[in-house]
Design a protein around this ligand. Sequence first.
Ligand SMILES: Nc1nc2c(c(=O)[nH]1)N[C@H]1C(S)=C(S)[C@@H](COP(=O)(O)O)O[C@H]1N2
Ligand SMILES: [Mo]
Length: 248
Amino acid sequence: MIRRRDLVVGGGALMLGGCDRVLEVPAAKRLLFSGENFHRGLHRAITDRSALAREYAAEDLSPVFRVNGNNNPGTPEYQALAANGFVDWRLQVGGLVDRPLALSLAQLRSMPLREQITRHDCVEGWSAIGRWTGPMLGTILHAASVRRSANYVVFRCADRYPNGRNYYESIDMVDAWHPQTIVALGLNGRLLDIGHGAPARLRVERQLGYKHAKYLMGIDAVASLDGIGLGRGGFWEDHYDYDWYAGI
Ligand SMILES: Nc1nc2c(c(=O)[nH]1)N[C@H]1C(S)=C(S)[C@@H](COP(=O)(O)O)O[C@H]1N2
Ligand SMILES: [Mo]
């Protein structure tokens, strides 16, 4: 469900106005693995990459949403941006686009925003349900006039790991245009905190946690993943043999 939400800034926190509307799980998804529909459901699960991830109700929200992986990029550049409430931060959108963009937080917040309550699944064996808010990646790609030659979108992050490598991730255009793939600015009605990836992080709801790049600095549309990092499409993929496609 896509709708425009007003984000009200108060006391440094981003709060969502209006009622807490419960999102409906489409009946087709509920039936996916039930009884006689099992085989059809399995077939759909394997072939239908555009299907929606399950969305939950407000009462399903996890009381605590764990912070995992890096919890603060900690670089002087990032510290300076954070100290100033990220007003000087820009999301660079480039690569195979006709109109490269440098989007401020205010510009991102003025786009149509999507809100979704979804479950995050980490390979380390924990899950959490949270309410994420932000513009669809598709809206941003459209604003930048992404070219047809783009096959992947690469996400560059502010944080490094002890091996000196920056975190990065990538997805294909099926996930890039998926309606639940958003550049999240808020979690549970507040602006993202630093632990969860301030000021913006990817949500790609049909995939596992490590695909959801935090601390976004840039988004690049590319034809191939060759020559980016070690060429396997992400930090964990390059260094720890994780699968590039981590569908759930
Ligand atoms: N930039 C960046 N993004 C990242 C990570 C990270 O270390 N750095 N960790 C990933 C992993 S493994 C998970 S499970 C989630 C954790 O998100 P959370 O801290 O909001 O729970 O972020 C993912 N995105
Ligand atoms: Mo994870």
